[in-house]
Write a protein that binds this ligand. Structure first.
Ligand SMILES: [Zn+2]
Length: 253
């Protein structure tokens, strides 16, 4: 059995700070790696050619805070392939509706022989190594998806950006780790298309997850405030911490 883990690489939005990057989570199961979103700053965790081996990038949606570092992966792949330092291709999955001319994915994928691009819908299910990946359409102002990954009977959901909704409750039900956006605090007033920290707590409680990890913080607000608000509903809540690995399933025989 291989180790199944997730490491937060980016936790703030809309712009990185000196300490924190825009959204990104690296999920690993043995040799296989899935990067969920690649916001600004996330690519600095992939500075060696071997870091791009066995890597798939899944973009939850095409808001820039969630994919602005994709160009760094495209250029690094191009250079490493030309120098003979990398022979495998990074595969990128993106939401289906963006197949139109002259969007940025189209530009990146054009005459690109060193990466693969493909789209997905909420009907798709992928397997990558021992990981099974599925999707749920979110409530957001562009087409966006929550992503579930299951390996060895352990599971996580990364909500990405979404308003609270009943489909999400069904989708997250019983997972071991819920990585939920908590863009807002009560004091921010009424905003649609994102969740409040207390709603993330409510979602965790309703779905009986084992652990709630909050993310998508406003850069200048102390993360402890989000955790405090979520804990009104769900005690086992932590704030995502960049570079700190969370092990869902230990490796072994
Ligand atoms: Zn968004």
């Amino acid at each position: 059995m291989k180790e199944f883990s997730v490491t937060p690489l980016g936790t703030v939005s809309p712009i990185p700070t000196m300490e924190c990057n825009c959204p990104g989570f690296l999920v690993k199961c043995g040799e296989e790696k899935i990067l969920l979103d690649c916001g600004s700053g996330v690519s600095k965790y992939f500075s060696r050619p071997e870091d791009l081996k066995n890597l798939r990038i899944i973009l939850s949606h095409l808001h820039l805070d969630h994919f602005s570092d994709l160009g760094n992966f495209v250029y690094a792949s191009y250079v490493y392939h030309n120098l003979g330092m990398l022979d495998s291709k990074v595969k990128v999955f993106y939401p289906y509706h963006h197949i139109v001319n002259d969007n940025i994915i189209e530009i990146y994928s054009k005459e690109n022989n060193y990466m693969e691009f493909d789209y997905y819908t909420n009907l798709n299910e992928f397997n990558f190594g021992n990981m099974k990946i599925s999707f749920l359409r979110n409530v957001h102002d562009v087409v966006a998806f929550a992503i579930k990954i299951i390996a060895y009977n352990s599971s996580l959901v990364y909500t990405s950006d979404t308003g609270y909704n009943s489909d999400l409750v069904k989708f997250c039900s019983g997972v071991d780790l819920l990585i939920s956006e908590s863009s807002l605090l009560k004091e921010h007033g009424l905003v649609k298309g994102h969740m409040y920290a207390w709603e993330a707590g409510k979602l965790a409680k309703e779905t009986r997850v084992k652990k709630l990890m909050l993310t998508h913080f406003w850069p200048i607000i102390n993360k402890k405030l989000y955790v405090k608000e979520a804990k009104e509903y769900f005690q086992d809540t932590i704030a995502a911490e960049e570079g700190k690995k969370f092990i869902l399933r230990k490796g072994g025989f």
